[in-house]
Design a protein around this ligand. Structure first.
Ligand SMILES: [Zn+2]
Ligand SMILES: [Zn+2]
Length: 292
């Protein structure tokens, strides 16, 4: 697994690569626009070109964007729903301009409580966005299952995927947020929990769908549906939980991205190195992961 972090673009898009390199990232996630606003200026072509060039000259091997939090593809309000799929299409266009490998998005809410109805609404929104934005891989992120948010587990994510036309399904993958899954009731502090969630996703969505793991530890206990990220090894998933993640061969091609609060650059430098140590230990000679 490559290891990276969500990094800010306050110093410009090219500057985010320099920052990422300085804290040891092998991959990054960025916001392609303000995550708390519907509208934003388009990214100037020369800025996007500078970002792509800077990235090509760096050791950053994977770039994804994360969409705005306002997007709600499950909304029953037609106006908000249309605004949401149009915003998703805009996010996919921005990601393409930046040369990003994928775009991570939350799906939204399902107030009906009916899985099939919620999944159909979201799948229709994704279809509209894909029709409007010709390229780009979309990764659906699982949620902590708080309130009416949709997508806490494999059943809900699988239901959306199964409703998409086959040619759109090729553009769809999954972003597994470990804090969210743990909060939603999959205890990721050991291999059994990882096996349950990853196995469930593979059963619903097919193998190799998990492109990104948001490798966040969790402040609150599993099953509490409370989403607060903790630094690696300092939460209820713990170092053993992330060691189990690295040992899961089904995630070998996924990219681990940290989404941590705290002061830069310490939060990223420290958490990246903690994950890198766990990864090194999992592939060390004699460890279970390296045995045939
Ligand atoms: Zn997210
Ligand atoms: Zn996340």
């Amino acid at each position: 697994m490559l290891i990276g972090a969500h990094v800010g673009v306050g110093d410009g898009f090219p500057g985010s690569i320099s920052y990422a390199e300085s804290v040891g990232c092998e991959a990054i996630q960025v916001f392609a626009k303000s995550p708390r606003q519907w509208r934003a200026k388009s990214i100037p072509l020369e800025t996007a070109a500078a970002f792509r060039e800077r990235r090509a000259a760096s050791d950053i091997a994977f770039v994804c964007t994360h969409t705005a939090y306002l997007i709600n593809l499950g909304s029953e309000d037609d106006e908000l729903w249309e605004k949401s799929w149009r915003a998703l299409a805009d996010e996919l266009d921005r990601a393409a301009l930046l040369g990003a490998d994928a775009t991570v998005s939350h799906m939204g809410t399902n107030r009906t409580g009916d899985l099939a109805q919620g999944a159909a609404r979201i799948a229709e929104g994704i279809t509209r966005a894909f029709e409007a934005a010709p390229t780009g891989v979309l990764l659906l992120e699982n949620t902590a299952g708080a309130g009416t948010t949709f997508g806490s587990g494999p059943d809900e994510i699988g239901a959306v995927l199964s409703l998409l036309d086959a040619h759109w399904r090729e553009r769809l993958g999954v972003c597994l947020d470990s804090c969210h899954a743990h909060a939603a009731g999959w205890d990721l502090s050991d291999a059994r929990g990882w096996d349950g969630f990853v196995g469930g996703l593979e059963a619903c969505c097919g193998p190799g769908r998990i492109h990104v793991v948001h490798a966040n530890d969790s402040t609150f206990a599993t099953g509490e549906h409370r989403d607060r990220h903790a630094w690696v090894g300092e939460g209820t998933i713990g170092s053993a939980g992330f060691a189990a993640m690295f040992a899961d061969t089904r995630l070998a091609n996924a990219v681990a991205i940290l989404e941590m609060s705290g002061d830069v650059p310490e939060k990223d430098r420290l958490n990246v190195s903690r994950l890198q140590e766990l990864r090194a230990a999992s592939s060390a000679p004699g460890s279970s992961a390296s045995r045939p």
